[in-house]
Design a protein around this ligand. Structure first.
Ligand code: ZN
Length: 421
C-alpha cells in the first residue's frame, strides 16, 4: 500500500515537470474538427467493443488525451448555435449571474441576413478562433458541411470581420479559404489537397454525415455506426497526409469534438438539450502537452468530470465543453485566447516555467517549487476530484517554497500540483 501510494505521488510530480518542458512546444498547424452529432456514449462504446472498425478514432484516443464526457451548449443541442460556440468560445445564452456580454446569442439553427454580432441585443463583435490566428499573421481555412453554417463565415468576411489591429494589417476577412457544401467528399477533396500542398496554420473542418444519417435512420443504428466508420476512414486519409509530410509530421495537433450528441429525444433525434445522450459529447486532443492515452480532464484546473449531470453554465468549476476546444486549439498554436471569450480551460503548467518536485526525506515528503508570484500547491485524493488549495503550511528555505507532507498510508493515493492562485 505504501509503495503504491508513493509511486502515484512521484508519477504526478514527473507530470508536473514534463508540463514545464512542453510549455514552449507549440505546433505550427492545428486541425480543429467537429463531427456532427457524434455522441460521447456511442463513440465510447464503439471504441470499447469494436475498436478495429474505428482505427483512426482509436489512434486519436491512444496517441492523445480524450474524454467521452464533455458537454455541448447548456441551452441548445443543435448544429448552428453549437458551431458558433465552438468558434467563439461563448455560450449561446447568458449564464446565470454573469454579464450578457458573455453570450454569443446566436440561437437560430439557420443562417439569415444577420451575423453572430448583430443577432441579439446588445450587438457587439464576437471574435472567433479565426480572428486570433488571422490577426497574428497566420493562415486559416474553414470547411463546413451544412449550408446553414454560412453565418460562421459571413460573420468574419471582408465586410463583417473586425479590423486587424495586431501587427501587420492582414485585412478584415478572418479566413484565407472557406468552402461550404452539403456533404464531406467535395470538401475533403479540397481540404486534403490543401493539407498536402499548402497547409494553413488553423484548419477547421466539419464532418456532417453522422447527423444527416442520424436524422434518416436514428442514432446508434447500423447505418449510423457505418457513418462513423466512414468518418474514421476520412480521418485515416488525413493521418496519412500528416504522417508522410515533413512539414506536418511532428508539427501538427488535432482537436476533435462534436457539436452535440444524439438519440436522446423521444423520437430518437437530438433537439432536447436536457437529455443525456444529446448533451454528452467527446473531445479528443492530440498534440504536445497531452500524454498518449490520457484523460483530458486531468489537464485543466478549472474543469471536472460531471458524471451524468448537466451543470449550469455560471458555476465553477465547469465540465469540459465543445466551447473549450477553440482556446485549446489556439494554445496549441502558441496563440492567446479569443478576446473576451467565456470558455477558457486553464491548462495546468502551460507557459509556466515552474514545476513541483517531490523529494523523500526520512519518513516524510518534501514538495518544493521555485517561488513565482501567484502559484499555490493544490491537493486532491483523486485526479478527477475536488482540489483544495494549501495555504498555511508553506515554508521557504531561501531558494524554494516547500511543504512537508507526512504520508498517510491509510489513503490510497494523493495528488499535488501547482495552480495559479
Ligand atoms: Zn449538428
Amino acid at each position: 500500500m505504501s509503495v503504491f501510494k508513493y509511486n502515484r505521488i512521484c508519477l504526478f510530480a514527473m507530470f508536473a515537470f514534463w508540463f514545464s518542458l512542453t510549455a514552449q512546444g507549440a505546433v505550427s498547424h492545428v486541425l480543429h474538427i467537429t463531427v456532427d452529432g457524434l455522441g460521447g456514449y456511442q463513440i465510447k462504446g464503439y471504441l470499447e467493443t469494436n475498436a478495429a472498425s474505428f482505427p483512426n478514432f482509436k489512434r486519436l484516443q491512444s496517441e492523445g488525451a480524450c474524454t467521452f464526457n464533455a458537454r455541448c451548449d447548456y441551452d441548445y443541442s443543435e448544429t448552428v448555435p453549437n458551431h458558433v460556440t465552438v468558434l467563439t468560445a461563448r455560450p449561446v445564452e447568458q449564464p446565470a449571474g454573469i454579464t450578457n456580454l458573455v453570450r454569443h446569442g446566436y440561437s437560430a439553427n439557420s443562417s439569415g441576413a444577420t451575423t453572430i454580432h448583430n443577432y441579439v441585443n446588445p450587438t457587439f463583435y464576437k471574435a472567433s478562433t479565426m480572428d486570433v490566428v488571422h490577426d497574428n499573421g497566420l493562415k486559416v481555412a474553414i470547411f463546413l458541411g451544412k449550408t446553414k453554417l454560412a453565418v460562421c463565415t459571413n460573420s468574419y468576411n471582408n465586410v463583417n470581420g473586425a479590423q486587424d489591429l495586431i501587427g501587420e494589417d492582414n485585412g478584415k476577412q478572418k479566413y484565407d479559404l472557406a468552402k461550404i457544401d452539403s456533404s464531406s467528399p467535395p470538401l475533403l477533396a479540397v481540404m486534403t489537397n490543401l493539407l498536402a500542398t499548402n497547409p494553413p496554420n488553423y484548419l477547421f473542418f466539419h464532418f456532417v454525415e453522422p447527423d444527416t444519417v442520424g436524422h434518416s435512420y436514428k442514432w446508434n443504428t447500423p447505418q449510423w455506426s457505418n457513418s462513423i466508420v466512414t468518418v474514421d476512414n476520412w480521418l485515416g486519409q488525413i493521418f496519412r497526409i500528416i504522417d508522410s509530410s515533413p512539414i506536418l509530421s511532428n508539427d501538427t495537433a488535432i482537436v476533435l469534438c462534436a457539436d452535440h450528441g444524439g438519440g436522446g429525444d423521444d423520437n430518437g433525434l437530438h433537439m432536447n438539450p436536457t437529455r443525456l445522450l444529446n448533451y454528452t459529447i467527446p473531445i479528443f486532443v492530440k498534440g504536445p502537452g497531452f500524454e498518449p492515452g490520457s484523460d483530458l480532464y486531468q489537464y485543466f484546473s478549472n474543469r471536472f468530470d460531471p458524471g451524468t449531470e448537466r451543470p449550469e453554465q455560471g458555476g465553477v468549476p465547469q465540465p469540459l465543453h465543445n466551447g473549450d476546444t477553440g482556446n485549446i486549439a489556439l494554445m496549441l498554436l502558441g496563440l492567446p485566447e479569443i478576446p473576451d471569450s467565456y470558455w477558457r480551460p486553464q491548462y495546468v503548467g502551460i507557459s509556466q516555467n515552474i514545476a513541483i518536485e517531490i523529494l523523500k526525506s526520512n519518513n516524510r515528503l518534501i514538495l518544493r517549487w521555485l517561488p513565482q508570484s501567484g502559484y499555490l500547491p493544490v491537493f486532491s485524493e483523486s485526479l478527477t476530484g475536488d482540489w483544495s488549495v494549501i495555504t498555511n503550511q508553506i515554508q521557504n528555505n531561501g531558494t524554494y517554497n516547500y511543504i512537508e507532507v507526512i504520508p498517510n498510508y491509510q489513503l490510497n493515493s494523493g495528488f499535488y500540483r501547482l495552480r495559479k492562485n
